[in-house]
Design a protein around this ligand. Structure first.
Ligand code: FAD
Ligand code: PHE
Length: 478
Protein backbone atom coordinates (compact mmCIF):
# COMPACT_ATOMS: atom_id res chain seq x y z
CA UNK A 1 0.00 0.00 0.00
CA UNK A 2 1.72 3.20 -1.13
CA UNK A 3 -0.35 5.59 1.02
CA UNK A 4 0.03 4.06 4.47
CA UNK A 5 -0.64 7.33 6.23
CA UNK A 6 -3.63 9.31 7.48
CA UNK A 7 -2.30 12.55 6.01
CA UNK A 8 -5.01 15.19 6.06
CA UNK A 9 -7.51 12.86 7.71
CA UNK A 10 -8.84 12.75 11.26
CA UNK A 11 -6.84 10.48 13.54
CA UNK A 12 -8.77 7.23 13.94
CA UNK A 13 -8.70 5.40 17.22
CA UNK A 14 -7.87 1.70 17.38
CA UNK A 15 -8.00 -0.61 20.37
CA UNK A 16 -5.60 -3.54 20.03
CA UNK A 17 -6.38 -6.69 22.02
CA UNK A 18 -3.19 -8.50 23.08
CA UNK A 19 0.34 -7.15 23.27
CA UNK A 20 2.17 -10.05 21.63
CA UNK A 21 4.13 -9.56 18.41
CA UNK A 22 0.96 -9.25 16.30
CA UNK A 23 -0.71 -6.70 18.59
CA UNK A 24 2.47 -4.66 19.02
CA UNK A 25 3.11 -4.68 15.28
CA UNK A 26 -0.44 -3.54 14.55
CA UNK A 27 -0.05 -0.62 16.99
CA UNK A 28 3.45 0.19 15.72
CA UNK A 29 2.50 0.28 12.05
CA UNK A 30 -0.79 2.11 12.64
CA UNK A 31 1.01 4.55 14.92
CA UNK A 32 3.51 5.35 12.17
CA UNK A 33 0.53 6.12 9.91
CA UNK A 34 -1.00 8.54 12.41
CA UNK A 35 -3.59 6.34 14.11
CA UNK A 36 -4.23 6.69 17.83
CA UNK A 37 -3.81 3.17 19.25
CA UNK A 38 -4.24 1.63 22.69
CA UNK A 39 -2.97 -1.89 23.41
CA UNK A 40 -4.68 -3.98 26.11
CA UNK A 41 -2.38 -6.73 27.39
CA UNK A 42 -3.39 -9.07 30.23
CA UNK A 43 0.14 -10.10 31.26
CA UNK A 44 2.54 -7.96 33.24
CA UNK A 45 4.85 -7.53 30.23
CA UNK A 46 4.33 -7.20 26.50
CA UNK A 47 5.54 -9.90 24.12
CA UNK A 48 3.10 -12.73 24.80
CA UNK A 49 4.87 -15.89 23.71
CA UNK A 50 7.92 -13.77 22.97
CA UNK A 51 9.09 -14.23 26.56
CA UNK A 52 12.62 -14.23 27.93
CA UNK A 53 13.32 -15.43 31.46
CA UNK A 54 16.20 -13.79 33.38
CA UNK A 55 17.28 -13.70 37.00
CA UNK A 56 14.29 -12.28 38.89
CA UNK A 57 11.60 -13.21 36.35
CA UNK A 58 8.55 -14.53 38.19
CA UNK A 59 5.64 -16.48 36.76
CA UNK A 60 2.67 -18.38 38.18
CA UNK A 61 1.10 -21.08 36.02
CA UNK A 62 -2.51 -22.23 35.81
CA UNK A 63 -1.79 -24.94 38.39
CA UNK A 64 -0.67 -22.37 40.96
CA UNK A 65 3.07 -23.08 40.76
CA UNK A 66 5.10 -19.90 41.13
CA UNK A 67 8.69 -19.84 39.89
CA UNK A 68 11.28 -17.12 40.31
CA UNK A 69 14.33 -17.46 38.10
CA UNK A 70 17.67 -17.28 39.90
CA UNK A 71 19.91 -17.11 36.81
CA UNK A 72 23.07 -15.04 37.08
CA UNK A 73 23.44 -11.77 35.15
CA UNK A 74 23.67 -12.31 31.38
CA UNK A 75 22.10 -15.75 31.59
CA UNK A 76 18.62 -16.10 30.10
CA UNK A 77 16.11 -18.54 28.66
CA UNK A 78 14.16 -17.70 25.52
CA UNK A 79 11.10 -19.60 26.74
CA UNK A 80 9.19 -19.14 23.49
CA UNK A 81 10.76 -17.97 20.23
CA UNK A 82 14.51 -18.41 20.07
CA UNK A 83 15.64 -18.47 16.44
CA UNK A 84 15.04 -16.46 13.28
CA UNK A 85 15.70 -17.54 9.69
CA UNK A 86 17.46 -15.04 7.42
CA UNK A 87 14.49 -14.56 5.10
CA UNK A 88 11.98 -13.83 7.85
CA UNK A 89 10.48 -10.33 8.17
CA UNK A 90 11.48 -10.58 11.85
CA UNK A 91 14.99 -9.69 10.64
CA UNK A 92 13.70 -6.47 9.04
CA UNK A 93 11.98 -5.46 12.26
CA UNK A 94 15.23 -6.07 14.15
CA UNK A 95 17.03 -3.79 11.69
CA UNK A 96 14.37 -1.09 11.75
CA UNK A 97 14.02 -1.13 15.55
CA UNK A 98 17.77 -1.22 16.19
CA UNK A 99 17.72 -4.62 17.89
CA UNK A 100 21.21 -6.09 17.43
CA UNK A 101 21.32 -9.71 16.29
CA UNK A 102 23.90 -12.48 16.45
CA UNK A 103 24.11 -15.95 14.92
CA UNK A 104 22.01 -18.71 16.43
CA UNK A 105 23.74 -22.07 16.08
CA UNK A 106 20.99 -24.35 14.78
CA UNK A 107 23.28 -27.14 13.58
CA UNK A 108 26.62 -28.19 15.01
CA UNK A 109 28.78 -31.07 13.74
CA UNK A 110 30.08 -31.59 17.27
CA UNK A 111 26.68 -31.72 18.99
CA UNK A 112 25.31 -35.14 19.84
CA UNK A 113 22.64 -37.60 18.84
CA UNK A 114 21.42 -39.73 21.72
CA UNK A 115 19.15 -42.69 21.05
CA UNK A 116 18.65 -44.53 24.31
CA UNK A 117 18.88 -48.04 22.84
CA UNK A 118 22.38 -47.24 21.51
CA UNK A 119 23.75 -46.52 24.99
CA UNK A 120 26.30 -43.83 24.25
CA UNK A 121 25.71 -40.58 22.36
CA UNK A 122 27.41 -40.07 19.00
CA UNK A 123 28.58 -36.79 17.47
CA UNK A 124 26.65 -35.51 14.47
CA UNK A 125 29.82 -35.54 12.37
CA UNK A 126 30.39 -39.21 13.12
CA UNK A 127 26.80 -40.23 12.52
CA UNK A 128 26.66 -38.29 9.26
CA UNK A 129 29.93 -39.69 7.96
CA UNK A 130 28.72 -43.24 8.58
CA UNK A 131 25.20 -42.81 7.19
CA UNK A 132 26.34 -40.84 4.14
CA UNK A 133 29.17 -43.33 3.66
CA UNK A 134 27.04 -46.46 3.68
CA UNK A 135 24.21 -44.92 1.66
CA UNK A 136 26.79 -43.86 -0.93
CA UNK A 137 28.35 -47.32 -0.93
CA UNK A 138 24.96 -48.96 -1.54
CA UNK A 139 23.98 -46.58 -4.30
CA UNK A 140 27.37 -46.80 -5.97
CA UNK A 141 27.33 -50.59 -5.91
CA UNK A 142 23.78 -50.72 -7.25
CA UNK A 143 24.95 -48.42 -10.04
CA UNK A 144 28.06 -50.53 -10.71
CA UNK A 145 25.94 -53.68 -10.88
CA UNK A 146 23.58 -52.16 -13.44
CA UNK A 147 20.56 -52.07 -11.12
CA UNK A 148 19.82 -48.48 -12.16
CA UNK A 149 20.42 -48.89 -15.89
CA UNK A 150 16.73 -48.23 -16.58
CA UNK A 151 17.17 -44.70 -15.21
CA UNK A 152 20.79 -43.85 -15.92
CA UNK A 153 22.77 -43.34 -19.12
CA UNK A 154 26.46 -44.21 -19.06
CA UNK A 155 27.23 -40.51 -18.54
CA UNK A 156 24.71 -40.25 -15.71
CA UNK A 157 26.40 -43.19 -14.03
CA UNK A 158 29.83 -41.61 -14.22
CA UNK A 159 28.52 -38.35 -12.78
CA UNK A 160 26.54 -40.05 -10.03
CA UNK A 161 29.53 -42.17 -9.01
CA UNK A 162 31.81 -39.19 -8.87
CA UNK A 163 29.26 -37.37 -6.66
CA UNK A 164 28.92 -40.40 -4.35
CA UNK A 165 32.68 -40.83 -3.98
CA UNK A 166 32.88 -37.31 -2.58
CA UNK A 167 29.58 -37.29 -0.71
CA UNK A 168 30.18 -40.58 1.10
CA UNK A 169 34.00 -40.54 1.19
CA UNK A 170 33.97 -44.01 -0.37
CA UNK A 171 37.10 -45.43 -1.97
CA UNK A 172 37.72 -46.46 -5.56
CA UNK A 173 36.21 -49.88 -4.79
CA UNK A 174 33.10 -48.07 -3.55
CA UNK A 175 33.39 -49.53 -0.06
CA UNK A 176 32.81 -47.26 2.93
CA UNK A 177 35.63 -47.87 5.37
CA UNK A 178 35.44 -44.75 7.54
CA UNK A 179 36.83 -41.25 7.00
CA UNK A 180 38.43 -38.55 9.12
CA UNK A 181 35.10 -36.68 8.83
CA UNK A 182 34.04 -38.96 11.70
CA UNK A 183 36.35 -37.08 14.04
CA UNK A 184 39.21 -38.19 16.27
CA UNK A 185 39.82 -39.51 19.73
CA UNK A 186 42.90 -37.25 19.72
CA UNK A 187 43.13 -34.68 16.94
CA UNK A 188 46.26 -34.52 14.75
CA UNK A 189 49.17 -32.58 16.23
CA UNK A 190 52.72 -31.45 15.70
CA UNK A 191 55.45 -33.30 13.87
CA UNK A 192 54.70 -36.97 13.46
CA UNK A 193 51.43 -36.92 15.38
CA UNK A 194 48.71 -38.02 12.96
CA UNK A 195 46.15 -38.09 15.71
CA UNK A 196 44.11 -41.04 16.90
CA UNK A 197 40.99 -41.67 14.84
CA UNK A 198 37.81 -42.72 16.55
CA UNK A 199 37.38 -46.48 16.56
CA UNK A 200 35.03 -47.65 13.84
CA UNK A 201 33.07 -47.30 11.71
CA UNK A 202 30.41 -49.69 12.97
CA UNK A 203 29.03 -52.26 10.53
CA UNK A 204 26.47 -51.04 8.01
CA UNK A 205 23.51 -52.76 9.65
CA UNK A 206 24.51 -51.39 13.09
CA UNK A 207 24.57 -47.85 11.69
CA UNK A 208 21.06 -48.21 10.29
CA UNK A 209 19.84 -50.02 13.42
CA UNK A 210 21.10 -47.11 15.52
CA UNK A 211 18.71 -44.80 13.64
CA UNK A 212 21.10 -41.87 13.94
CA UNK A 213 20.00 -40.47 10.59
CA UNK A 214 16.49 -39.67 11.75
CA UNK A 215 17.20 -35.99 12.39
CA UNK A 216 19.52 -35.12 9.49
CA UNK A 217 16.70 -33.53 7.49
CA UNK A 218 16.00 -30.89 10.16
CA UNK A 219 18.81 -28.58 9.11
CA UNK A 220 17.60 -28.65 5.51
CA UNK A 221 14.22 -27.11 6.36
CA UNK A 222 13.47 -23.83 4.60
CA UNK A 223 12.73 -22.38 8.05
CA UNK A 224 15.58 -24.01 10.01
CA UNK A 225 18.61 -23.94 7.70
CA UNK A 226 21.68 -21.96 8.82
CA UNK A 227 22.32 -19.08 9.03
CA UNK A 228 19.83 -18.54 11.83
CA UNK A 229 19.87 -15.52 14.18
CA UNK A 230 18.79 -14.32 17.62
CA UNK A 231 18.62 -10.87 19.18
CA UNK A 232 21.60 -10.09 21.43
CA UNK A 233 20.46 -10.34 25.05
CA UNK A 234 17.18 -12.21 24.52
CA UNK A 235 14.27 -12.51 22.09
CA UNK A 236 12.19 -10.13 24.20
CA UNK A 237 14.42 -7.28 22.98
CA UNK A 238 12.09 -7.26 19.94
CA UNK A 239 8.93 -6.88 22.04
CA UNK A 240 10.64 -4.28 24.23
CA UNK A 241 11.76 -2.25 21.20
CA UNK A 242 8.29 -2.36 19.66
CA UNK A 243 6.78 -1.26 22.97
CA UNK A 244 9.20 1.67 23.21
CA UNK A 245 8.47 2.67 19.62
CA UNK A 246 4.71 2.58 20.23
CA UNK A 247 5.08 4.54 23.45
CA UNK A 248 4.58 2.85 26.81
CA UNK A 249 1.65 5.17 27.62
CA UNK A 250 -0.33 3.53 24.79
CA UNK A 251 0.13 0.06 26.29
CA UNK A 252 -2.03 -0.98 29.25
CA UNK A 253 -0.49 -3.93 31.10
CA UNK A 254 -2.38 -6.25 33.42
CA UNK A 255 -5.45 -5.35 31.34
CA UNK A 256 -7.61 -8.40 30.74
CA UNK A 257 -10.14 -8.07 27.94
CA UNK A 258 -13.59 -9.19 29.13
CA UNK A 259 -16.01 -8.34 26.34
CA UNK A 260 -16.13 -6.87 22.82
CA UNK A 261 -19.16 -5.03 21.50
CA UNK A 262 -19.17 -3.96 17.88
CA UNK A 263 -21.53 -1.29 16.61
CA UNK A 264 -21.95 0.30 13.17
CA UNK A 265 -19.48 3.10 13.78
CA UNK A 266 -17.41 2.03 16.81
CA UNK A 267 -16.23 -0.84 18.98
CA UNK A 268 -16.38 -0.92 22.80
CA UNK A 269 -14.06 -3.19 24.75
CA UNK A 270 -14.46 -3.81 28.45
CA UNK A 271 -11.43 -4.92 30.39
CA UNK A 272 -10.26 -5.40 33.96
CA UNK A 273 -7.14 -3.65 35.21
CA UNK A 274 -6.02 -3.38 38.81
CA UNK A 275 -9.28 -4.95 40.02
CA UNK A 276 -11.46 -2.37 38.22
CA UNK A 277 -13.60 -2.89 35.16
CA UNK A 278 -13.22 -0.21 32.51
CA UNK A 279 -14.48 0.40 29.01
CA UNK A 280 -12.68 1.73 25.97
CA UNK A 281 -14.42 2.80 22.78
CA UNK A 282 -12.55 3.19 19.49
CA UNK A 283 -13.24 3.42 15.76
CA UNK A 284 -11.67 0.01 15.13
CA UNK A 285 -10.36 -3.02 16.99
CA UNK A 286 -7.53 -5.40 16.10
CA UNK A 287 -7.93 -8.64 18.07
CA UNK A 288 -4.76 -10.71 18.46
CA UNK A 289 -5.59 -13.03 21.36
CA UNK A 290 -4.86 -16.70 20.76
CA UNK A 291 -7.96 -17.99 18.91
CA UNK A 292 -8.98 -20.55 21.54
CA UNK A 293 -8.93 -17.75 24.17
CA UNK A 294 -10.66 -15.19 21.96
CA UNK A 295 -13.41 -17.78 21.50
CA UNK A 296 -14.19 -17.45 25.22
CA UNK A 297 -14.48 -13.65 25.22
CA UNK A 298 -18.16 -12.65 25.06
CA UNK A 299 -18.95 -10.53 21.99
CA UNK A 300 -21.77 -9.65 19.62
CA UNK A 301 -19.86 -10.46 16.44
CA UNK A 302 -21.92 -13.53 15.65
CA UNK A 303 -21.95 -17.21 16.52
CA UNK A 304 -20.02 -17.94 13.32
CA UNK A 305 -17.03 -16.02 14.69
CA UNK A 306 -17.06 -17.98 17.95
CA UNK A 307 -17.28 -21.32 16.21
CA UNK A 308 -14.54 -20.34 13.74
CA UNK A 309 -12.27 -19.27 16.62
CA UNK A 310 -13.01 -22.55 18.41
CA UNK A 311 -11.85 -24.59 15.41
CA UNK A 312 -8.16 -23.76 16.08
CA UNK A 313 -6.58 -26.42 18.34
CA UNK A 314 -3.91 -25.48 20.91
CA UNK A 315 -0.64 -27.44 20.94
CA UNK A 316 1.41 -28.25 24.05
CA UNK A 317 5.09 -27.42 24.33
CA UNK A 318 7.58 -26.96 27.14
CA UNK A 319 11.13 -25.82 27.79
CA UNK A 320 13.42 -25.88 30.79
CA UNK A 321 16.41 -23.58 31.20
CA UNK A 322 19.15 -25.21 33.28
CA UNK A 323 21.57 -22.61 34.61
CA UNK A 324 25.12 -23.93 35.13
CA UNK A 325 28.02 -22.55 37.15
CA UNK A 326 30.48 -23.58 34.43
CA UNK A 327 30.35 -24.06 30.67
CA UNK A 328 31.51 -27.68 30.83
CA UNK A 329 29.96 -28.42 27.42
CA UNK A 330 32.48 -26.00 25.90
CA UNK A 331 35.53 -26.92 27.97
CA UNK A 332 34.97 -30.69 28.24
CA UNK A 333 32.96 -31.59 25.14
CA UNK A 334 34.00 -28.78 22.79
CA UNK A 335 30.37 -28.05 21.91
CA UNK A 336 29.85 -24.36 21.11
CA UNK A 337 26.14 -23.91 20.53
CA UNK A 338 23.80 -26.15 18.61
CA UNK A 339 21.39 -28.91 19.41
CA UNK A 340 21.72 -32.41 20.76
CA UNK A 341 18.89 -34.62 19.56
CA UNK A 342 17.52 -37.31 21.83
CA UNK A 343 14.78 -39.90 21.66
CA UNK A 344 14.22 -39.29 25.39
CA UNK A 345 11.22 -37.27 26.53
CA UNK A 346 13.60 -34.27 26.51
CA UNK A 347 13.45 -34.27 22.70
CA UNK A 348 15.89 -31.40 21.97
CA UNK A 349 18.72 -30.13 24.18
CA UNK A 350 20.18 -26.73 23.25
CA UNK A 351 23.58 -25.23 24.06
CA UNK A 352 23.86 -21.44 24.19
CA UNK A 353 24.87 -19.56 21.04
CA UNK A 354 26.14 -16.51 22.88
CA UNK A 355 28.71 -15.50 25.49
CA UNK A 356 31.04 -18.36 24.59
CA UNK A 357 33.74 -18.85 27.24
CA UNK A 358 31.79 -16.86 29.83
CA UNK A 359 31.92 -18.15 33.39
CA UNK A 360 28.35 -19.41 33.40
CA UNK A 361 25.68 -20.40 30.93
CA UNK A 362 22.37 -22.07 30.34
CA UNK A 363 21.35 -25.26 28.59
CA UNK A 364 17.80 -25.76 27.36
CA UNK A 365 17.39 -29.13 29.05
CA UNK A 366 14.27 -30.01 27.12
CA UNK A 367 12.26 -28.50 24.34
CA UNK A 368 9.42 -30.90 23.73
CA UNK A 369 5.88 -30.99 22.39
CA UNK A 370 2.82 -33.24 22.55
CA UNK A 371 2.78 -36.12 25.03
CA UNK A 372 6.22 -35.37 26.49
CA UNK A 373 5.32 -31.69 27.00
CA UNK A 374 2.08 -32.67 28.73
CA UNK A 375 3.92 -35.16 30.96
CA UNK A 376 6.46 -32.53 32.10
CA UNK A 377 3.73 -29.90 32.34
CA UNK A 378 1.84 -32.09 34.82
CA UNK A 379 4.84 -32.11 37.22
CA UNK A 380 5.81 -29.44 39.72
CA UNK A 381 8.72 -27.25 38.60
CA UNK A 382 11.07 -29.07 41.02
CA UNK A 383 9.97 -32.45 39.68
CA UNK A 384 10.52 -31.26 36.11
CA UNK A 385 14.08 -30.26 36.97
CA UNK A 386 14.75 -33.62 38.62
CA UNK A 387 13.38 -35.53 35.66
CA UNK A 388 15.17 -33.42 33.06
CA UNK A 389 18.49 -33.79 34.92
CA UNK A 390 18.01 -37.54 35.42
CA UNK A 391 17.48 -37.89 31.67
CA UNK A 392 20.29 -35.52 30.73
CA UNK A 393 22.82 -37.37 32.89
CA UNK A 394 22.37 -40.32 30.51
CA UNK A 395 23.84 -38.15 27.75
CA UNK A 396 26.26 -35.86 29.54
CA UNK A 397 27.21 -37.67 32.75
CA UNK A 398 27.22 -36.48 36.35
CA UNK A 399 28.37 -32.92 35.61
CA UNK A 400 24.90 -32.37 34.29
CA UNK A 401 23.74 -32.64 37.90
CA UNK A 402 26.72 -31.43 39.89
CA UNK A 403 27.27 -28.16 37.98
CA UNK A 404 23.59 -27.15 37.97
CA UNK A 405 22.84 -23.96 39.84
CA UNK A 406 19.20 -23.09 39.04
CA UNK A 407 16.30 -23.95 36.76
CA UNK A 408 13.15 -22.40 35.35
CA UNK A 409 10.61 -24.26 33.23
CA UNK A 410 7.60 -23.31 31.18
CA UNK A 411 4.63 -25.37 30.01
CA UNK A 412 2.96 -23.15 27.44
CA UNK A 413 -0.34 -25.01 27.57
CA UNK A 414 -0.46 -24.26 31.34
CA UNK A 415 0.53 -20.59 31.04
CA UNK A 416 -2.12 -17.95 31.78
CA UNK A 417 -3.44 -15.93 28.83
CA UNK A 418 -1.74 -18.25 26.33
CA UNK A 419 -2.77 -21.82 27.21
CA UNK A 420 -0.95 -23.20 24.21
CA UNK A 421 2.28 -23.00 22.24
CA UNK A 422 0.79 -22.60 18.77
CA UNK A 423 -2.02 -24.00 16.67
CA UNK A 424 -2.48 -25.89 13.46
CA UNK A 425 -4.92 -23.68 11.58
CA UNK A 426 -7.86 -25.08 9.63
CA UNK A 427 -6.42 -23.35 6.53
CA UNK A 428 -8.77 -24.87 3.98
CA UNK A 429 -12.02 -24.25 5.85
CA UNK A 430 -14.57 -21.40 5.59
CA UNK A 431 -13.87 -20.77 9.30
CA UNK A 432 -10.28 -19.73 8.53
CA UNK A 433 -11.42 -17.49 5.66
CA UNK A 434 -14.11 -15.93 7.82
CA UNK A 435 -11.51 -14.68 10.32
CA UNK A 436 -9.35 -13.21 7.56
CA UNK A 437 -12.22 -10.74 7.05
CA UNK A 438 -13.18 -8.15 9.67
CA UNK A 439 -16.23 -8.87 11.83
CA UNK A 440 -17.72 -5.42 11.47
CA UNK A 441 -14.99 -3.12 12.81
CA UNK A 442 -13.01 -5.91 14.46
CA UNK A 443 -9.98 -7.26 12.59
CA UNK A 444 -8.20 -10.45 13.64
CA UNK A 445 -4.44 -11.04 13.54
CA UNK A 446 -1.83 -13.40 14.95
CA UNK A 447 0.49 -16.13 13.72
CA UNK A 448 -2.59 -18.37 13.67
CA UNK A 449 -3.91 -16.41 10.66
CA UNK A 450 -0.82 -17.11 8.57
CA UNK A 451 1.04 -19.92 6.89
CA UNK A 452 3.96 -19.38 9.26
CA UNK A 453 2.40 -20.59 12.49
CA UNK A 454 4.84 -21.00 15.38
CA UNK A 455 7.03 -18.27 13.92
CA UNK A 456 7.01 -14.58 14.79
CA UNK A 457 7.18 -13.98 11.04
CA UNK A 458 3.58 -15.22 10.89
CA UNK A 459 2.50 -12.77 13.59
CA UNK A 460 4.26 -9.86 11.84
CA UNK A 461 2.81 -10.55 8.39
CA UNK A 462 -0.67 -11.24 9.74
CA UNK A 463 -0.68 -7.93 11.65
CA UNK A 464 0.51 -6.10 8.55
CA UNK A 465 -2.25 -7.68 6.47
CA UNK A 466 -4.90 -6.66 9.03
CA UNK A 467 -3.77 -3.04 9.38
CA UNK A 468 -3.38 -2.70 5.62
CA UNK A 469 -7.00 -3.82 5.15
CA UNK A 470 -8.11 -1.48 7.94
CA UNK A 471 -6.31 1.47 6.39
CA UNK A 472 -7.66 0.73 2.91
CA UNK A 473 -11.14 0.88 4.39
CA UNK A 474 -10.42 4.22 6.04
CA UNK A 475 -9.05 5.61 2.76
CA UNK A 476 -12.04 4.38 0.79
CA UNK A 477 -14.59 5.77 3.26
CA UNK A 478 -12.87 9.18 3.42
P1 FAD B 1 0.80 -14.15 21.27
O1 FAD B 1 2.23 -13.97 21.57
O2 FAD B 1 0.13 -15.38 21.79
O3 FAD B 1 0.01 -12.85 21.75
C1 FAD B 1 -1.29 -12.88 22.25
C2 FAD B 1 -1.36 -11.90 23.42
O4 FAD B 1 -2.69 -11.82 23.91
C3 FAD B 1 -0.50 -12.35 24.59
O5 FAD B 1 0.38 -11.31 24.95
C4 FAD B 1 -1.52 -12.64 25.69
O6 FAD B 1 -1.03 -12.37 26.98
C5 FAD B 1 -2.64 -11.69 25.31
N1 FAD B 1 -3.93 -12.05 25.88
C6 FAD B 1 -4.52 -13.26 25.98
N2 FAD B 1 -5.73 -13.16 26.55
C7 FAD B 1 -5.92 -11.86 26.81
C8 FAD B 1 -6.99 -11.11 27.38
N3 FAD B 1 -8.14 -11.69 27.77
N4 FAD B 1 -6.86 -9.77 27.50
C9 FAD B 1 -5.73 -9.13 27.08
N5 FAD B 1 -4.69 -9.80 26.55
C10 FAD B 1 -4.78 -11.14 26.41
N6 FAD B 1 8.84 -17.92 16.65
C11 FAD B 1 10.02 -17.60 16.06
O7 FAD B 1 10.09 -16.63 15.31
N7 FAD B 1 11.16 -18.33 16.30
C12 FAD B 1 11.17 -19.38 17.14
O8 FAD B 1 12.21 -19.99 17.38
C13 FAD B 1 9.96 -19.75 17.78
N8 FAD B 1 9.94 -20.75 18.67
C14 FAD B 1 8.86 -20.91 19.49
C15 FAD B 1 8.94 -21.81 20.53
C16 FAD B 1 7.90 -21.93 21.44
C17 FAD B 1 8.01 -22.89 22.58
C18 FAD B 1 6.72 -21.14 21.25
C19 FAD B 1 5.58 -21.25 22.22
C20 FAD B 1 6.62 -20.27 20.18
C21 FAD B 1 7.69 -20.14 19.28
N9 FAD B 1 7.65 -19.25 18.21
C22 FAD B 1 8.80 -18.97 17.52
C23 FAD B 1 6.39 -18.63 17.77
C24 FAD B 1 6.18 -17.19 18.25
O9 FAD B 1 6.33 -17.12 19.64
C25 FAD B 1 4.77 -16.76 17.87
O10 FAD B 1 4.54 -17.02 16.49
C26 FAD B 1 4.51 -15.28 18.09
O11 FAD B 1 5.14 -14.82 19.25
C27 FAD B 1 3.01 -15.08 18.15
O12 FAD B 1 2.66 -13.73 18.37
P2 FAD B 1 1.14 -13.32 18.48
O13 FAD B 1 1.09 -11.89 18.78
O14 FAD B 1 0.41 -13.83 17.27
O15 FAD B 1 0.53 -14.19 19.68
N1 PHE C 1 9.29 -22.09 15.36
C1 PHE C 1 9.44 -23.05 16.43
C2 PHE C 1 10.91 -23.43 16.57
O1 PHE C 1 11.67 -23.15 15.68
C3 PHE C 1 8.54 -24.23 16.27
C4 PHE C 1 8.89 -25.04 15.08
C5 PHE C 1 9.76 -26.11 15.25
C6 PHE C 1 8.39 -24.76 13.82
C7 PHE C 1 10.14 -26.88 14.16
C8 PHE C 1 8.78 -25.51 12.73
C9 PHE C 1 9.67 -26.56 12.89
O2 PHE C 1 11.31 -23.97 17.56
Amino acid sequence: LSDFHLTGRAARTVVVLGGGIAGLTAAYELGKAGYDCTVLEARAVTGGRNFTVRGGTTQTDLDGHTQKAAYSPGVYLNAGPARIAQWMVTMDYCRELGVPIQPFVNANADALIYNEANGAPVRYRTAKADVYGYVSELLAKATDQGALDGRLTAEDKTRLLSFLEGFGAIGAAHEYGGTNRRGFQAYPGAGLNEGTPLPGPPALSDVFAGNVGRYFSFELGYDQAMMMFQPVGGMDRIAAALTTAIGARRVRLGAEVLEVTGRSSQVTVTYRQGGRTRALTADFCVATLPPHLMARVPHNLGAGVTSALSSFPAAASGKIGLGYRSRWWETDLRIYGGITETDLDLAHVWYPSHDFHAARGLIVGYYNTGTAARAYGALTPAERTDRAVMQGVKIHGEKYRSELSSAFSIAWHRTPFLEGAWTSPPWTTPAYRLLLEPAGRVYFAGDWLSHEVAWQHGAFVSARAAVTALHQRVLSTG
